[in-house]
Design a protein around this ligand. Structure first.
Ligand SMILES: Nc1ncnc2c1ncn2[C@@H]1O[C@H](COP(=O)(O)OP(=O)(O)OP(=O)(O)O)[C@@H](O)[C@H]1O
Ligand SMILES: [Mg+2]
Length: 513
């Protein structure tokens, strides 16, 4: 097959930065990669796409030395790499960096410490903090970001942590940078900034492997693409030669005929009301109302207070003012356990930390909050029914796995997210709070989640959903609350539900009505 990189290779005689030949990677019971070929040229941004579990992260980890391929060859700048002693350290010294899909930061350390971890500059045996601080300032200027690198990263927002990871990859003087769903946690404005950075890096001859489920991004910033499906190499080529429907067809093996489901029009009583919700440094005077059968969306840039708001409804963020009314009755939600008791479910934005127990298997993670539902005569645990429920819901979400008794830590990122959603879907909650539920989910499965959300509304449940994707909010929500610097700037519904109106409010621009 003539990949675009091969075309560049033939025309420019340049040596590929990376060449992977016939790579196979087997885990016990899973062939994650099956005879895959991949080439990355200097100055090229190469999209690596495919459904959840297709093998994208695994291929990246074979390139960085984190995994040792079972079979195949790896060439870096034309030199054959000996598989047996290739490690992350060696790949770093050869100029390969990666921004991992899952955060790999030391939470107690500052951003600066995380960036330079393992490569501190020293002066007469002591760490030269001044020099490091200067380097960070230069990096911040280059990145055009305003993140505090001097506080422990545990205090940073998800998107800010991602910037720390990016800075860590850039400080390495890399020739190859792998972005494994870098933009999944970022907002449109930050993504545009990432594209700017990628263009600068490309001009310096750096090669980029760009993994993303947001296919519009592929067309905006990538030169070439490689599609994987179930560990197999489906196709490679130039992005300019294909369009989005063609790419989708290669990824999911069929046309994507689904559109957003018809928004439920059977609206019932008020489920939840929030009055004057105020939390210092997060949000203030927020009023919001959710009725049975409704999906309401929360939009806003990073730092607008969206995550804090849903966390507060779930009893997980301190308030200084405000009331919650559940079905008209005032309640004081003390903590998440109390919220769950009151019939509130929560899909958090950081699944590894908050959504899953990495030591447990798929079945336990799916049914843990609903164990009581599967008790016979209130004593015996009906294991069969429990496993069946876990099987059914995960099948609906098209989970890519081989056994329900497989540890979730061994699943691909997107498949882990599906389990977080599955576990709450099984629970009979009245209200679902979902913080970026489709983050990292492939395009086919996203529509499965949309129809599940729609089914819930038909049963009279209410959903509050935070999402960075405007198209998703417009397609699913009855109303969209747009937050700007902690206040609800606008509530968009009906004919006003357009990207333009929402963007204006996101940026704090008031509409002239
Ligand atoms: N450490 C591991 N042990 C066992 N199986 C694994 C391990 N890592 C990945 N796999 C399996 O390999 C396959 C490919 O996973 P990978 O993480 O590469 O997918 P991906 O394309 O990155 O998906 P996503 O879009 O969800 O991130 C999956 O079936 C996954 O369950
Ligand atoms: Mg992955």
């Amino acid at each position: 097959m003539n990949t675009s990189a091969e075309v560049i290779k033939q025309t420019s005689n340049a040596i590929p930065l990376i060449e992977v030949k016939n790579c196979t990677m087997e885990f016990p019971g899973v062939k994650a990669l099956d005879n895959v070929n991949f080439t990355l040229m200097p100055g090229e941004c190469h999209a690596l796409v495919g459904e959840n579990g297709a093998g994208k992260s695994t291929l990246s980890k074979c390139i960085t030395g984190e995994y040792r391929m079972t079979q195949g060859e790896l060439y870096i700048e034309g030199k054959r790499i000996r598989n047996s002693n290739y490690t992350i350290r060696e790949s770093q010294s050869l100029g390969i960096s990666i921004v991992h899909q899952e955060f790999q930061l030391m939470n107690e350390m500052t951003g600066l410490e995380n960036v330079f971890l393992g490569r501190y500059e020293t002066k007469s045996g002591f760490i030269d903090w001044k020099a490091l601080q200067k380097k960070i300032e230069e990096l911040k200027d280059f990145l055009e970001v305003d993140v505090n690198f001097n506080i422990p990263v545990k205090y940073l927002r998800t998107a800010e942590k991602q910037i720390v990871q990016l800075a860590r990859a850039l400080v390495n003087d890399s020739k190859v940078i792998i972005f494994d769903e870098l933009t999944a946690v970022l907002q449109e404005k930050d993504i545009q900034n990432i594209f700017r950075i990628i263009n600068v890096l490309k001009k310096r001859g750096i090669g980029i492997i760009y993994i993303s489920h947001r296919l519009d991004e592929v067309f905006e910033c990538c030169d070439s693409y490689t599609v994987l499906c179930d560990g197999k190499h489906i196709n490679s080529g130039k992005v300019a030669d294909i369009d989005k429907p063609q790419l989708i067809r290669m990824i999911i093996g069929r046309e994507l005929t689904q559109a957003y489901p018809q928004i439920n029009n059977k609206i019932g009583d008020t489920l939840l009301e929030i009055r004057d919700f105020t939390a210092p440094k997060a949000f203030r005077d927020v009023n919001l109302c959710l009725r049975e059968g409704e999906v309401i969306g929360i939009a806003g840039l990073v730092g607008a207070g969206k995550t804090e708001l849903v966390q507060a409804i779930f009893g997980n963020h301190e308030l200084i003012k405000g009331k919650i009314l559940l079905r008209g009755k005032e309640v004081k939600i003390k903590n998440p356990r109390h919220a769950i008791k009151l019939g509130i479910g929560f899909v958090p934005d950081e699944r590894r930390m908050l959504g899953l127990n990495m030591l447990f298997d798929i079945k336990d993670n799916t049914t843990l909050p609903t164990m009581a539902m599967f008790r016979k005569y209130k004593i015996f645990q009906d294991k069969k029914a429990e496993a069946k429920a876990a099987y059914d819901i995960n099948k609906k979400l098209n989970l890519n796995y081989y056994s329900l008794w497989q540890k979730v830590s061994k699943l691909s990122g997107g498949n882990q997210q599906k389990i977080v959603i599955a576990k709450w879907m099984l629970r009979n909650c009245d209200i679902f709070l979902m913080d970026e539920p489709t983050r990292g989910i492939d395009i086919g499965a996203k529509f499965e989640i949309y129809s599940l959300i729609n089914e819930l509304t038909k049963q009279g449940k209410g959903i509050i959903m935070v999402s960075p994707e405007m198209e998703e909010l417009i397609g699913l929500c009855h109303r969209i609350y747009v937050m700007y610097e902690g206040v609800v700037m606008d509530v968009v519904e009906g004919e006003r539900k357009t990207q333009e109106v929402i963007i204006n409010s996101l940026l704090g621009v008031k509409e002239n009505v």
